[in-house]
Design a protein around this ligand. Structure first.
Ligand SMILES: Cc1ncc(COP(=O)(O)O)c(C=O)c1O
Length: 405
């Protein structure tokens, strides 16, 4: 255990004041949730919004709803490199995953491989397209290739709440989308999943299922309040060494687990979200500035390539939740991760393997996904959240210099 300033890889801070708001929310009950819902509908310009306990719960319920309308279609196409929660949700929904390779230069689908992976289309229910780390995926291109084939586009905006592309909010570009409000996302209420859609048909299918969740597990708000209290203290760099040194917490690990719970969202969490637009905008401003800073600094290190520079359809600086960076070779990457761990710099690996290597996962197609393999082998992420101080930036640069030397 190293007692030292330690940066979390990502952070959306929760303060004591937010927790007081959570308690007020708890006292107001369902009205607090309805308020938050109305806010979301307005901000994201959508007709329907639903809350559940997590992003993966949101995805599971979306898949259930889609499957109701197309019972003959039971396959879901996902990138071979994404968060393991995505295949977990597909299996939880009783469906099968199909994979397409990704382009390591953009972290989006490799659209040549995608075109092949689309066929046969008859069994394909949906495509899940994630905005990894907040990097906007090319949903327009995906929709062109789908060409009205009856396959739904689910936008996985788990990591991209509040971002826009061409003036349109991410999460609202496909048929249906979802955000995660888990810790380390763009904005957090400890945990949570938000579904957004303009489809009345899908909303009608989702409404009764989510309604049925209401009233379950009364002790949960208390558990979440305790967790919020712990997070408000322990995600600060002065104390993050403590949870980081508890290996049982598995911080930063992505886990395949199709047995996750699906709970209702609580008024306490909706209360925690009070002033969310102002707070999210402030988090984004800090992250955007930090992304620009690292892009400038990393230009001096030719063995490090920020992925966002290679995404040519992205014009403006993006408030990523972590800056994904490709490292030229595994020796440099290992050295960098080692220094980061020893010095508490918050530079972390991304997902450990391509999705296809999850042993328990029964996939429709499995084979070689060189793009996904390369992402798993080459990527690290730099912290860009508001806790990163000028001193931390200097410590990170000193770490890079040590690796380079
Ligand atoms: C891309 C992506 N999709 C889905 C999820 C699932 O969200 P949650 O953790 O709220 O279940 C995550 C969470 O990390 C994610 O990063």
């Amino acid at each position: 255990m190293r007692i030292q300033r330690t940066l979390p890889p990502a952070a959306a801070p929760i303060t004591i004041n937010d927790i007081f708001n959570g308690i007020k929310g708890l006292r107001r009950g369902q009205a607090e949730i309805e308020n938050f819902k109305a806010d979301i509908r307005k901000k994201f310009r959508v007709r329907h919004c639903f809350f559940v306990s997590s992003g993966k719960a949101a995805l599971t319920l979306i898949l259930h709803a889609l499957h109701r309308f197309s019972p003959d279609r039971d396959e879901v196409l996902i990138p071979a490199f994404t968060c393991f929660s995505v295949p977990s949700a597909i299996v939880r929904a009783g469906l099968k995953g199909r994979l397409s390779d990704v382009d390591p230069a953009t972290l989006d689908f490799d659209f040549r491989a995608f075109r092949n992976a689309l066929n046969p289309k008859e069994k394909l229910l949906a495509v899940v397209s994630p905005h990894l780390f907040g990097l906007p995926a090319n949903i327009d291109k995906l929709q062109d290739l789908l060409n009205d084939s009856g396959v739904a586009v689910i936008e996985d905006a788990a990591q991209a709440m509040g971002e826009e592309l061409g003036g349109k909010p991410l999460g609202t570009l496909g048929d249906i989308g979802f955000f995660s409000l888990g810790r380390g996302k763009a904005f957090s209420t400890v945990e949570g999943g938000v579904i957004v859609t303009n489809s009345d048909q899908l909303a009608d299918a989702l409404q009764p299922v989510i309604q049925k969740l209401v009233g379950q597990s009364r002790g949960r708000p208390l558990k979440i309040a305790a967790y919020a209290l712990a997070l408000s203290a322990l995600t600060k760099p002065s104390l993050f060494w403590l949870p980081k040194s508890v290996s049982g917490l598995k911080l930063g690990e992505t886990i395949y687990d199709p047995h996750f719970p699906i709970h209702p969202y609580s008024p306490f969490q909706a209360g925690l979200a009070r002033n969310w637009q102002k707070r999210l905008a402030a988090f984004q401003a800090a992250r955007r500035e930090s992304v620009l800073h690292w892009i400038k600094i990393l230009a001096d290190y030719p063995w490090l390539k920020p992925v966002c520079l290679e995404n040519d359809y992205i014009k403006d600086p993006i408030p990523l939740i972590r800056l994904p960076v490709r490292v030229q070779n595994s020796r440099l990457r290992d050295a960098m991760l080692d220094i980061s761990k020893r010095r508490g710099l918050g530079i972390m690996p991304s997902y450990p393997t391509p999705v296809g290597e999850i042993k328990e996962l029964g996939l429709v197609n499995n084979g070689q996904f060189p793009g996904a393999r390369q992402c798993a082998d080459d990527l690290v992420t730099f912290p860009v959240h508001g806790f990163v101080s000028p001193g931390d930036r200097r410590r990170i640069v000193a770490g890079l210099e040590a690796v380079q030397a």
